[in-house]
Ligand binder design. Sequence first.
Ligand code: G3P
Length: 218
Amino acid sequence: MIIVNFKNYESAVGENAVALAKIHEVIAQETGAPLAVAVSAFDLVQVVAAVKIPVFVQHVDAADFGSSTGSIVPQLAKNLGAAGTLLNHSEKRVVEQLPKLVASAKAAGLQIVICAENDDEAAKFAAEFSPDFVAVEPPELIGGDISVTSANPEIIENSVQKVGSTPLLVGAGVKNGTDVATALRLGAAGVLLASGVTKADDPAEVLRDLASGLNQKN
Ligand code: G3P
């Protein structure tokens, strides 16, 4: 599984979100790779309308229909076509709210990816919430040029051991097929990345390379 988080990069919001998601769809069809995108809640409806690959939202709140001004309601996200949600991304930490958030997102039928900053947190979230995925991303490597797979492979190995049967995604600095292959070799189920695609001159080429990593042995 490769999830590309569009964040709020200008290259990946609004009409650009739709165009970039369509590129993901093309490469998913061409390579057979399980690609998914995580978009701003603003862009959910138009991206869902444009592609068939899974579309995640980057965050939801523990809120219901009704008097919940400004909240991203999980059930509404689901009704509008979201396949799932990221929760507790390093740029949107909500650790204390996780019990309510997870319950709310699960009740809505959303797939859940809980982000963790280290292996102990990954283990804790896996044990406490049984999410669909835990994603471990060392904050200091996010948005940088050095992939977690080369800067800190130990965090991947340790997380794999500690999360048990919960599938693990790894992220931060992931840029190419070799990074994906290394993540898989170390026991991860996939990767979560952003800037490697959102800032790329040729996102299709990068996605093709990332997808090739799913079948590489390194
Ligand atoms: O959610 C993915 C993310 O935080 C990693 O970002 O830019 O290092 O791939 P990036």
